[in-house]
Design a protein around this ligand. Structure first.
Ligand SMILES: NC(=O)c1ccc[n+]([C@@H]2O[C@H](COP(=O)([O-])OP(=O)(O)OC[C@H]3O[C@@H](n4cnc5c(N)ncnc54)[C@H](O)[C@@H]3O)[C@@H](O)[C@H]2O)c1
Length: 272
């Protein structure tokens, strides 16, 4: 370990169970010397696993629905009290599509589901930053990171309305990041992560096949949740202070590939 986050204070959204990317980020942040508050939707608390993570990392838990301004205001105020000062890093690791969950095809969306998924997966990022910004809750050179997926730029048919939510999320990072940087010297970035076997990820139709396709396309193979946590830690650290307004691909090289030898092998027939 490198003590990269020694003395830093944070808020980590989205640790549901030990597969969650946020869970790995919390473990790594703890190892690097940070203290932080864990938060998740009240309904996710019922699973109970987050208590184990809190114990392991010496953290407090504050339930908050990321679509509720009231909850978020309480979360940020109480976090500053618990941590004894302003915040240095925030992880937004939240995603949910009811259309995906209920198997509604993209061409036949249920728009109530679409609204809800958009509120949870995309607008929540604006809400979180709104509260942090207006409460002047972030220290200078603080860092805010949200997780995203490449379906924001390219077509992945089964990613459904999450593709649109991620496009909006990435845009918020730039738009809010401008004001946060200009006014408070806070940086805002999104990490575009490989497909990862988590509760949210596995909900996408055909996920297993897609996971191995991405793995075979990427020269370095898929990035795991732990790899993602390591990358996130660098963005919370002082080593990346001038990185902001970026969507950063963390995918073993997938995003710049056209085709790989391994994938081509499946299509090479008689001519060989
Ligand atoms: N798993 C993948 O393949 C993959 C790939 C790229 C990006 N991502 C993104 O990574 C992030 C984390 O997802 P994950 O894969 O670790 O899955 P996960 O299911 O472990 O995490 C999703 C989290 O969102 C939380 N959440 C849902 N509704 C909420 C609400 N109203 N308020 C607060 N929290 C709420 C859930 O409780 C859960 O903890 C998401 O933004 C996801 O889209 C995932």
């Amino acid at each position: 370990m490198y003590n990269l986050l020694k003395g830093k204070k944070g808020i980590i959204f989205g640790a549901l169970n030990e597969d969650s990317i946020a869970w790995k980020v919390a473990e790594r942040a703890h190892e690097e010397g940070a203290s932080f508050v864990l938060t998740n939707a009240p309904i996710a608390m019922r699973m109970g696993a987050i208590n184990e993570l809190a114990e392991k990392t010496g953290s407090k838990i504050i339930p908050a629905d990321a679509t509720s301004m009231e909850d978020l205001e309480k979360l940020v105020t109480e976090s500053m009290e618990i941590l004894g000062g302003k915040i240095d890093f925030v992880l937004h690791s939240i995603g949910m599509s009811i259309n995906v969950r209920k198997g509604k095809h993209y061409t036949d969306s249920n728009y109530d589901f679409t609204h809800k998924g958009f509120d949870v997966s995309a607008l929540s990022f604006h809400r979180v930053m709104n509260v942090l910004y207006n409460k002047k809750a972030m220290n200078e050179w603080g860092s805010v990171v949200a997780l995203t997926y490449m379906a924001a730029q390219r077509v992945f048919p089964d990613y459904n309305d999450m593709a649109d939510n991620k496009a909006y999320l990435e845009s918020i990072a730039r738009s809010f990041g401008y004001f946060f940087g200009r006014d408070h010297k806070v940086r805002v970035n999104t990490i575009s992560q490989s497909p990862t076997p988590t509760t949210a990820g596995s909900g996408v139709k055909g996920f297993e096949g897609f996971l191995s396709y991405a793995d075979k396309m990427s020269p370095l193979g898929n990035a795991t949740a732990l790899d993602c946590a390591d990358y996130t830690i660098t963005l919370f650290s002082d080593l990346t202070r001038k990185v902001t307004l970026q969507n950063l691909f963390h995918d073993g090289g997938f995003s710049n590939m056209g085709v790989s030898d391994v994938i081509m092998e499946n299509f090479m027939g008689e001519e060989e």
